[in-house]
Design a protein around this ligand. Structure first.
Ligand code: ZN
Length: 325
């Protein structure tokens, strides 16, 4: 039976909302959030604020925070991505208990941080140890793989952004976290090997945490073939069936701290605009509305995981990571 009731209190730690990404306004703004939250039992989200040219990160954050306050009755925990901003400017915000978020890829859109830059933040924040979220895909490996595999079909996305890129970046970021005894959260793990490495590190260094997303547990790379497959482009891409199955086993064995959606919805017309020029298709898919129900229908209903465990991963544990609760 599909899920026939509305759970309440769901906390989605990874939600892109009310921002422009790669020149496109996301489909959802904070004015949409209250409705989505009521229908789907969402109590809180972790939202991203990415510095933009011409606006200081602090000013953008305050504007988004006010919008959220006016529109959404639930709680919002914030993840901040500085591009130019220096630590002194951000210090007052970081003292409020928000996170930083860095990307080891996306050089073309200006989001890229080198491992050295991430280490520099760790060194400078050694007193307050602001949690750092990291999107782990090694940019050098992505550049090589992308050069070898032109983007002709949506499926090529899987070849251009291989699991190895995630594995290498995760290893490097874990080493930095351990070296500096620094709290790091690895977002949207899609590769079983990366999940195993995080688990090993975590057993000795409990300040390391990680998440995976429902779409890596439910879909495999075959979703990127066939009609309108470009609408399913997200980063990291869906993996092989073998990896998907392994990831589900790791979920059963408690390898992840939380499940979060990486909700990053674009309007269909924006997804479709460059379907014949795939490098320009904005990468991201929605997931906030279906975070709980998709996990329930695919894994609780067939008795792969218990409902209590799903509640822990989508309600109780995320709350412990969010300073707004
Ligand atoms: Zn994301």
């Amino acid at each position: 039976m599909p899920l026939d009731y509305k759970p309440s209190g769901i906390c989605d730690f990874h939600v892109h909302i009310g921002e422009k990404i790669n020149g496109y306004d996301l489909r959802d703004d904070f004015s949409d959030l209250e409705r989505i939250a009521i229908v789907n039992g969402i109590a809180g989200i972790g939202a991203f604020v990415t510095e933009e040219p011409g606006l200081s990160l602090t000013d953008k954050f305050r504007k988004m925070q006010e919008k959220a306050r006016l529109n959404f009755k639930g709680k919002v925990h914030w993840h901040l991505t500085p591009i130019q901003a220096e630590i002194d400017e951000l210090f007052p915000l970081l003292q409020e208990g928000w996170d930083l978020k860095f990307y080891t890829t996306y050089r073309e859109s200006g989001l890229y941080s080198s491992y050295e830059q991430i280490e520099h933040w760790m060194e400078n924040l050694s007193d307050i140890k602001t949690r750092i979220l990291v999107h782990c895909e090694d940019d050098r490996i992505i550049a090589q793989a992308s050069a070898e595999h032109p983007f002709r079909t949506p499926y090529d996305h899987t070849l251009r952004r291989p699991e190895l890129a995630e594995i290498v970046a995760v290893e490097k970021v874990l080493n930095l976290a351990i070296k500096h005894t620094y709290p790091v959260h690895i977002v949207h793990i899609s590769s079983p090997k990366a999940a195993i490495m995080v688990k090993e590190a975590k057993s000795e260094y409990p300040f390391i945490t990680c998440e995976t997303a429902p779409h890596y547990l439910i879909y495999n790379e075959n979703r990127l073939s066939g009609i309108n497959a470009h609408r399913w482009l997200c980063t990291p891409p869906f993996r092989s069936e073998k990896s998907r199955r392994l990831l589900v086993e790791l979920l059963q064995d408690g390898y992840f701290d939380i499940i979060a959606s990486d909700h990053c919805p674009f309007k269909i017309e924006d997804k479709d605009r460059f379907k014949d020029n795939l490098p320009l298709v904005p990468c991201g898919i929605p997931g906030l509305e279906t975070l709980y129900s998709s996990m329930y229908n695919n894994f609780v209903e067939p008795e792969i995981i218990s409902q209590a465990y799903l509640d822990e991963m989508t309600i109780y544990k995320p709350k412990t990571l969010m300073s707004c609760f």
